[in-house]
Design a protein around this ligand. Sequence first.
Ligand SMILES: [Zn+2]
Length: 141
Amino acid sequence: MYRSTFFDTFFSDAEAAQPDGMDTNVTTLQGQVQMLTRNVFDLQLVVAALIDTLHRIELADPAKLRVTVEEELMRAREHLAVKSKAVADKRAADAKAAANTHQAAAGDTTCDKCKKVVPKARTNFTADGTVCDLCAAGIPA
Ligand SMILES: [Zn+2]
């Protein structure tokens, strides 16, 4: 049982109860989601109280605070989007490189006799150069 709330975590010295290990069964996950939902709700209340207090002691104008927070959120989201794009780009580049490597390994070559482009695996090294299986077998192109 999680005895502490988000508020307790911030405003008391009491150690927050932590789940034992990382149990991933559904019941545990449901409990964690409920706890996180409650923490988010507590966080909303704390932030609202802080904004109200800052406003009352005339340290912050709620409208200016909103603009500042929205700008900060936008910056954070853009940063996340850039990071996500970088990860996606790297994955795409890696996949392309892997495909190119595969293609090079499988690679095509040109038959020295009939001049057709054939897979390297379908060629033979002969006195006439690298020729395709058909030319090597003497079958006319
Ligand atoms: Zn050939």
